[in-house]
Design a protein around this ligand. Structure first.
Ligand code: PLP
Length: 234
């Protein structure tokens, strides 16, 4: 019951935030972040119509979503956490999108593993915009280097679908907003330069800041705590 109510509340808040800035709510997809929560919670969310999920650890996601998909093969999964190279093989098998593509070496490995299983997946370029951990491409130019490789045809099994960022953990709304604006400007600039690629998605905003992210153009919001409750890290 709680997950159902929480999902409704979050969906209403997403619609409300869209209305406030005259955006169509259909432009904003909800990624329900189920990390640290069991498959039974994921299934509850699916039964309330939520099909898109986010997980940050491959091993955990693999076990959970193997179980979930026996019952609900239509569930979709985005990997949102920083990825070690040796986890890519499992990651590409279980997900539709890797949102945390943060270095060229990782793209090389994603291509290699996708080619082996003849699967094409989406990635988002993660841009570092101020979060404490240093994950993400450092700047627009380093993403351009990666896009040049796409242009040369180096990654036929990868669709560069857009961009992702994590705002700094702060109460300072201006700092949070600045981080989202930086991501949107990066998207607008690179989309103009690389018209042959999608590059549309802007994955930004979590439980405490998704309304700001929607005002700044988010097309994907990644929400965990507000749907599934606090995570128990023990
Ligand atoms: C955990 C996580 C989220 C969800 O955070 P909440 O504050 O629980 O909504 C979003 N994005 C990433 C990358 C995460 O690791």
């Amino acid at each position: 019951m709680e997950i159902k109510n929480n999902l409704e509340t979050v969906r209403n808040k997403i619609s409300g935030a869209c209305r406030k800035c005259s955006r169509n709510p259909d432009e904003v997809k909800l990624v329900a972040v189920s990390k640290f929560h069991p498959d039974t919670s994921v299934i509850k969310a699916i039964e309330c119509g939520q099909l898109l999920f986010g997980e940050n650890r491959v091993q955990e996601a693999k076990e959970k979503f193997t179980a979930v998909r026996e019952k609900y093969p239509q569930a979709r999964l985005h990997i949102i956490g920083s990825l070690q190279r040796n986890k890519v093989k499992d990651a590409v098998k279980i997900c539709e999108c890797i949102e945390s593509a943060d270095r060229i070496e990782l793209l090389d490995e994603i291509e290699k593993q996708c080619a082996k299983i003849e699967k094409k997946i989406d990635i988002l370029f993660e841009l570092h915009t101020g979060e404490e951990s240093k994950s993400g491409f450092a700047d627009v130019d380093s993403i351009k280097e990666a896009l040049e490789l796409f242009k040369q045809g180096k990654y036929p099994h990868i669709n560069p679908a857009g961009f992702m960022t994590m705002a700094p953990f702060t109460e300072d709304k201006d700092l949070i907003r600045k981080s989202f604006v930086t991501l949107r400007e990066c998207r607008d600039k690179l989309k103009k330069e690389y018209t042959q690629f999608d590059l549309n998605e802007l994955s930004m905003g979590m439980s405490h800041d998704f309304e700001i992210a929607i005002e700044e153009g988010a097309t994907l919001v990644r929400i965990g705590t507000s749907i599934f409750g606090q995570r128990n890290y023990n």
